[in-house]
Design a protein around this ligand. Structure first.
Ligand SMILES: [Fe+2]
Ligand SMILES: [Fe+2]
Length: 342
């Protein structure tokens, strides 16, 4: 017979309190009405990547160079979107551990589910374009494709460095701090998908971008609602962490929204030139990746939006000279410091 722990029920009327944090809330409190609205919207907006108009998509209409270039963009997106499901699943567990309100737990569940959809979408696009389910082991058909495969390997290597840091950060920080980093990613994501949807000629991609953009808009609203709830009583020590996270988020997310900053992303010298070459090919084929100036402008606007939010709560914004934003100087950021996700 297995050893039974000390039995206590015969000694007391009520059991002792359960030690916290404990993953097991037995309560369904609801204080933030906005969260309930967003949850309802997520149920209404739910979509299935498999049910997009894939019948209308004929990859053979594109040259191999075009296919490899468009698949590369989806690969770049996957570096962020394929890490999002586990990242948000981890955050979902945290909402249970800290016994967050019921609608907050459900909102986080919806983000995890949405991000899983975004990841599926990346996989469906890449697999059809390359006729292979994995850009890292794919056998390239063109010279550009060979260079893009190497770029993809370097992106994957860099993205992989942030997971251990993230796992350490989740228990360390309050949800208010985590949310400021998430917001960064969501603003960025909502921006890029709306742009991509507006200019894309391929129906299946256009519809996917529209759906993903709508999801990201909801994720942004979740972050905003949480911040409105928690920021008025934010401890001062958390403010400094948030300022640093915004700078870290800028460096991390620039890889997909702008161009990867060399001091942070460890990449070969020709990386950006190769990426630009593929973007030009994809753009010409009707896959609308914004050009350098448009990316710069959009990224700058996204940062200014975020600055507007943080200003409201008196949280200092970091300097982002790359897009012409002055602020607090933040140095020495490493992949280990990163919380932001897409
Ligand atoms: Fe996403
Ligand atoms: Fe998102």
């Amino acid at each position: 017979m297995s050893h039974t722990p000390d039995r206590i029920a015969h000694r007391m009327d009520y059991p002792p309190a359960t030690e916290q944090p404990n993953v097991y809330p037995l309560s369904w409190n609801a204080r933030t009405a906005k969260m309930e609205e967003i949850w309802d919207a997520s149920q209404r907006d739910y979509w299935d990547p498999k049910k997009l108009p894939w019948d209308s998509f004929d990859p053979s209409r594109y040259s191999w160079e075009e296919r490899e270039s468009i698949a590369y963009w989806w690969t770049l997106l996957s570096v962020f979107d394929a890490s999002a499901p586990p990242v948000f699943a981890e955050a979902l567990i945290k909402t249970y551990e800290v016994h967050e309100e019921d609608p907050v737990r459900r909102c986080f569940f919806s983000v995890t589910r949405d991000e899983q959809n975004h990841e599926q979408m990346c996989g469906l696009a890449i697999t059809r374009l390359l006729e292979h389910p994995d850009p890292l082991t794919y056998e390239p058909k063109t010279g550009l494709g060979r260079k893009l495969k190497r770029n993809a390997a370097w992106l994957y290597y860099n993205g992989g460095r942030y997971w251990t840091g993230y796992k350490k950060a989740v228990p360390k920080y309050s949800l208010a701090v985590l949310f400021s980093s998430f917001l960064m990613g969501e603003i960025a994501a909502a921006t890029i998908f709306h742009q991509m949807a507006a200019g894309c000629t391929e129906p299946v991609f256009r519809e996917a971008f529209r759906n993903i953009g709508r999801d990201e808009g909801r994720h942004m609203a979740i972050c905003m609602a949480l911040m409105e709830r928690d920021y008025p009583t934010l401890p001062p020590a958390d403010q400094a962490v948030i300022t640093k996270q915004v700078r870290a988020g800028y460096l991390f997310l620039s890889a997909v929204l702008f161009e990867p900053p060399v001091e942070f992303w460890d990449l070969p010298e020709d990386f950006i030139a190769v990426q630009r070459e593929s973007e030009a090919v994809a753009r010409k084929a009707g896959f609308h990746i914004p050009a350098y100036e448009a990316k710069l402008e959009n990224w700058r606007n996204a940062m200014l939006n975020l600055k507007g939010v943080l200003d409201r709560y008196g949280i200092p914004f970091p300097a982002i000279p790359e897009v012409g934003i002055t602020g607090q100087e933040i140095r020495d950021i490493d992949m280990e410091d990163i919380i932001p996700v897409f």
